[in-house]
Ligand binder design. Structure first.
Ligand SMILES: NC(=O)c1ccc[n+]([C@@H]2O[C@H](COP(=O)([O-])OP(=O)(O)OC[C@H]3O[C@@H](n4cnc5c(N)ncnc54)[C@H](OP(=O)(O)O)[C@@H]3O)[C@@H](O)[C@H]2O)c1
Length: 325
């Protein structure tokens, strides 16, 4: 298939591009910056420069494509807002896909997006789901929870570096998933006609609270976490203050999302129907234990080798010279 991946430099998008190339598809990646996307070309993808927020760049990117997999979202560090990228940009992409007569459009939403109308990203995801469903495009929407990859920066690295791990008192159990599994199942959805016109959850095998993830990281790293609790009230107050200044809207919107993760709505969903539909085996899904074990095993081995090298250098420097001074 001829496949366009939007957001291919991102955490999930790169796994989608990699998996599609490994499965022998012809992959084109819509990217904003060729330098940042050089690794995709090395993997065998074609690169096309475009920007969701510059609508006239989209048609050439979609030319001659059969499938669009949209894994883009506003970067927290970007000057473009969630509204510009995830709403206006996505609308432009869907309209371009309609004109290009795309055979399948895959959109990644967030689980329970309809339950949080006061949270900008959730509301935008809900509206995009509805817009896509009414567009007439053959679509599949996959509603995701969180990614294993995000837990490395949030928990694993601070614990290894003996830095503070920030958590809110209340933590929603979340069925995090490995992005490699999300990519693998996305490509299965493409070849499963029954997924067309459907909105399906795609979450990991088990829901975890922050306390459980911290305990797991402590066990695998052999280190004790320095946990700092941020009361939910502080996040809410911070959001109100930041909302008062336009230049801090992006931060305010992300703090609103932190409230979602600290809420009481579990980010999990039954997956039996999805696995049956896709003809996939749920036992093939990577568990968080296995993912973190591999991560800590690799990092601790590297640290051991580094310490050994440093000790060796030290001993070399200390060795007395055989020559008299
Ligand atoms: N992360 C999660 O835990 C999570 C949970 C649920 C759902 N999701 C959804 O899963 C999808 C992938 O998320 P992710 O975390 O993998 O994203 P990510 O790592 O933040 O990557 C975002 C991607 O979007 C691209 N992008 C941003 N603005 C763009 C623009 N104006 N034009 C073209 N491309 C643009 C970025 O390109 P540059 O490299 O040029 O910046 C990057 O490739 C998103 O739809 C997200 O909402 C994520």
């Amino acid at each position: 298939m001829k496949l366009l991946v939007v957001g291919a430099t991102g955490t999930l998008g790169r796994q989608v591009a990699k998996c599609a190339l490994e499965e022998g598809h012809q992959v084109r990646c819509l990217v904003r910056n060729f330098q940042r996307a050089a690794f995709l070309r090395e993997w065998g993808a074609e690169l096309v420069r475009a920007n969701l927020c510059v609508p006239e760049t989209l048609a050439p990117a979609l030319e001659d494509m059969e499938v669009v997999i949209d894994a883009a979202t506003a970067r927290p560090t970007d000057s473009l807002s969630i509204r510009q990228v995830d709403w206006e940009g996505k609308l432009a992409l869907i309209q371009t896909a309609q004109r290009a007569k795309i055979n399948r459009f895959i959109f990644y939403s967030i689980l329970h997006a309809d339950k949080f109308p006061h949270v900008p990203l959730m509301d935008i995801k809900r509206c995009t789901e509805a817009y896509l469903a009414e567009s007439g495009l053959p679509y599949t929407t996959l509603q995701l929870g969180g990614f294993f990859q995000g837990l490395i920066g949030q928990y694993a690295i601070p614990i290894l570096e003996e830095q503070a791990v920030w958590v809110t008192g209340e933590s929603t159990p979340t069925a995090y998933m490995d992005t490699q599994d999300v990519a693998r199942l996305t490509l299965r959805a493409l070849v499963t006609p029954e997924t067309q016109g459907r909105t399906l959850p795609l979450v990991g095998p088990r829901a975890w609270t922050s306390a459980e993830i911290i305990k797991l990281c402590e066990r695998l790293s052999g280190k004790q976490a320095k946990v700092t609790q941020v009361p939910l009230g502080v996040i809410k107050a911070g959001r109100q203050v930041l909302r008062s200044f336009q230049w801090t809207w992006n931060i305010a919107d992300r703090l609103a999302f932190a409230e979602v993760l600290a809420g009481s709505y579990p980010f999990t969903a039954p997956m039996e129907e999805v696995y049956t539909l896709l003809g996939a085996n749920p036992d093939d899904a990577t568990t968080l234990e296995a993912y973190l074990q591999e991560y800590f095993g690799r990092i601790l081995k590297k640290l051991k080798e580094l310490t050994y090298e440093q000790e060796k250098q030290k001993r070399k420097r200390k060795k007395p010279s055989p020559f008299k001074r």
